[in-house]
Design a protein around this ligand. Structure first.
Ligand code: PEP
Length: 260
């Protein structure tokens, strides 16, 4: 059966700064970004600064069209949860997105499929758009379990979502072994996993939702490997860590998107 025809998907290039940049460093980055030529039509930019830099970054970006997100979220709105930041607080600070289930949250801070699912619901409830990160470890890939691992993560995260939720969802495929290591998935391996993710979503929610879903690749994306990944049919953008800390390098990745 032929898949339903859908509008061409936009490319979303996101910068995950992790625990990097003071507020003044974040401001310098945004000033550099604003003084540079805008990316090509069909490409959206998004920045995930540390929580405390969100208000300054969002204010400076103003109506440039570059979006801001939080690197994490807590599932309750308020209360006795020392150190946590809620969805309403993130919205109020000027962000539109939240990153959910990044592999560093899962592997360094012990998050699991259950906490990821709760955070995903909190993101929707507060009107933010989530980027849900999924991906296998090296051991899982070598054991031939890459797809089953990602399927388990997706099944758990998506089980409670409505069709309206999924229309606002972005998924980032980030093989754990490629994050911050300088090793990236080959374009063909990444394409295969992205197609698998889209098939899974199509199986649950059908088209046009699956056809319109943005699926980013993340894992050591750099200006010199971005074009080969971003030209793939199923790869709708990149979630960039290390190479997003420098505005020129981040823009060079966006600039590597093949022109339509
Ligand atoms: C990330 O932090 O999501 C990431 C992909 O990092 P890096 O680009 O440094 O591998």
């Amino acid at each position: 059966m032929r898949n339903q025809v859908h509008m061409p998907r936009r490319k979303l290039i996101a910068a995950n700064w992790k625990m990097n940049k003071t507020i003044s460093e974040a401001v310098s980055f945004v000033e550099r970004l604003k003084s540079s030529p805008a990316p090509q039509p069909g490409c959206d930019l998004l920045i995930f600064p540390p929580f405390i830099a969100i208000p300054a970054v969002a204010r400076l970006l103003g109506d440039t069209g570059v979006a801001v997100g939080a690197q994490d979220i807590f599932w309750e709105n308020e209360g006795a949860f020392t150190g946590e930041i809620s969805g309403p607080m993130i919205r109020d600070a000027g962000a539109e997105y939240a990153l959910i289930g990044h592999s560093e949250r899962r592997h360094v801070f012990g998050e699991n499929d259950e906490t990821v699912a709760r955070k995903l619901m909190a993101t929707f409830a507060s009107g933010l758009r989530p980027i849900l990160c999924v991906g296998e470890t090296l051991e899982e890939r070598e054991a031939g379990e890459a797809e089953s691992t990602v399927e388990k993560q997706l099944r758990s995260a998506l089980s409670a979502l409505s069709r309206e939720n999924v229309k606002r969802l972005v998924i980032a495929y980030e093989p754990v072994w490629a994050i911050g290591t300088g090793r990236t998935a080959t374009p063909d391996d990444a394409e295969q996993m992205h197609a698998f993710i889209r098939r899974f979503v199509r199986g649950v929610f059908g088209d046009p939702i699956a056809g319109e879903l943005i699926i980013q690749y993340g894992g050591s994306v750099k200006p010199d490997n971005a074009a080969s990944l971003l030209e793939m049919e199923e790869i709708d953008g990149a979630l960039v860590g290390g190479a997003s800390l420098d505005a020129d390098s981040f823009l060079a990745i966006a600039g590597a998107i093949p022109r339509q």
